[in-house]
Design a protein around this ligand. Structure first.
Ligand code: FAD
Length: 436
């Protein structure tokens, strides 16, 4: 049984590794010059940056966490999260509901009062099941935390109105914060939220791409780079896969490439399926890397909910993840901006985006005149799956079609799900177990 895996990002390489471990014949077809997808890193001017936004290693899933830690072996730095939200010029502890005491008094009252009101309404059973993501935010956090942080931040990162987004993906992902924690945080007693992420790992050397390379090591000879799959068809029991020049034959196909690329490779796709794929929403990403002479604050990463401060929704400080990510005496910052083809950000030149970010960081007091010694900019077309209100209907149509066609779907843009690295690895493990 020869398996062809379309796409050589984290999902593709994990699948290949797992299949090779079962002595199966496998080949990975990757469009890019090298594998990695969203998990690529670059070294520039002595700095190491992740091109697909800042990546940290964490998981609630112990099997997957051990898998990641094992492949990293000694090349693993363990960090304690110190994350902030930039709000009205203040550095508020993250999650927002755990940093309330630092808010201006009026905002603190607004957040607590509305949180209690939402809690009482929930206890009395006054809420109907949330019709959209905005409803879910209001019901879970109350209008105060919603209006100050959750709604503006989410609308910035998703580049989409929260009342036009589905709430289905929140179930199990973000619980209502315990009332005791919210009260503690409001009166200034330290509390931690999202504790599964409060300690995380990062490769000492090589950025997040090291994780990819380590996973792909046993199958590195099985990767064909610069192979953009453009045609996929079945002839009898075999699949014929082409990139316009070359043809590969396989008995099994597992796709980890975006559905928007997979479906056009197939012939005779029903109109309804094509339409469903066209209607799936996603965001693109610009990552801007900044290397500075001097220190950065001891912050892991920081969310920037408002538009006035800058276009970036999050900045991280990779030099705090590993001392080897920046030259001695230097610090690094990575800014993430979401955009969509055709919007105002997409028309900005690279230099304009970089200048904008430096100006915004300087406004936050994070860089000073003349301290910037390195800059870079990276784009990823497929970065975030956006769960709009029609998502569940559309994805069901596409998945059913792929299943009937015998194409396995694994990974973030192939499942078209908001999967982090751990979710992709879990997806790959389960898929391989399913074909045992
Ligand atoms: C800003 C940001 C921050 C993140 N931070 C974290 C984090 O801190 N922790 C975490 O766990 N996760 C994080 N993630 C999620 C993580 O990046 C993804 O879960 C993971 O990288 C997805 O891997 P994948 O292989 O499924 O997809 P991709 O990385 O998208 O890989 C798909 C591959 O398919 C290739 N391809 C596309 N079309 C074709 C074609 N026609 N033929 C052949 N190949 C093709 C692409 O070149 C690519 O290499 C983050 C994501 C983003 C956007």
């Amino acid at each position: 049984m020869k398996t062809a895996i379309l796409g050589g990002g984290l999902s593709g390489l994990t699948l290949a590794r797992l299949l090779a471990a079962r002595n199966e014949e496998v080949i990975v077809l990757e469009a890019g010059a090298r594998p990695g997808g969203l998990c690529q890193s670059v070294e520039k001017d002595g700095f190491t940056f992740d091109t697909g936004g800042s990546h940290i290693i964490f998981s609630r899933d112990q099997e997957v966490l051990s898998f990641m830690h094992d492949v990293l072996a000694c090349n693993r730095n363990v960090c304690t999260r110190n994350t902030k939200i930039f709000y009205k010029g203040l550095f508020i502890k993250y999650p927002f509901e755990n940093g309330l005491s630092a808010l201006p008094k009026e905002d603190l009252f607004f957040c607590i009062n509305e949180f209690v009101k939402a809690l009482v309404a929930a206890e009395k059973g006054e809420f109907e099941s949330p019709a959209n993501f905005k409803d879910w935010i209001y019901q879970t956090f109350g209008k105060g935390i919603a209006d100050c942080y959750m709604v503006p931040y989410n609308e910035k990162i998703w580049n989409y109105k929260t009342d036009m987004m589905s709430a289905h993906w929140m179930e199990g992902r973000v619980p209502r914060p315990p009332v005791e924690d919210v009260i503690r945080s409001a009166i200034g007693i330290e509390t931690e939220g999202y504790t599964h992420q409060s300690v995380f790992s990062y490769p000492l050397e090589g950025g997040i791409e090291f994780l990819l390379k380590a996973i792909g090591e046993p199958v590195k000879e099985r990767i064909i780079a610069d192979f953009r799959v453009t045609a996929l068809r079945r002839e009898g029991e075999r699949w014929i896969i082409g990139d316009g020049n070359r043809t590969i034959l396989a008995d099994r196909v597992i796709s980890t490439i975006p559905l928007q690329y997979l479906i056009p490779t197939l012939i005779n796709v029903p109109r309804e399926v094509k339409q469903a794929v066209d209607d799936l929403k996603y965001n693109s990403l610009i990552s801007v890397s900044i290397g500075i002479k001097g220190d950065v604050p001891p912050i892991s990463w920081m969310y920037i909910p408002d538009e006035k401060t800058g276009l970036e929704n999050r900045i991280s400080f990779p030099s705090n993840f590993s001392s080897l990510a920046a030259p001695e005496g230097c610090g690094s910052i990575l800014a993430e901006i979401t955009y969509n083809e055709g919007d105002a950000i997409s028309t900005m030149s690279d230099q304009d985006v970089i200048d904008h970010v430096i100006c915004s960081l300087s406004g936050m007091g994070l860089v000073s005149q003349g301290s910037v010694i390195s800059t870079g900019l990276f784009r990823h077309k497929f970065a975030y799956v956006v769960y709009d209100l029609h998502y569940l209907k559309n994805i069901a149509i596409v998945r059913e079609y792929c299943e009937k066609s015998g194409i396995g779907l694994v990974g973030r843009f192939s499942r078209f799900e908001y999967l982090n690295m751990d979710g992709c690895i879990r997806n790959a493990i389960d898929f391989i177990r399913g074909i045992e």
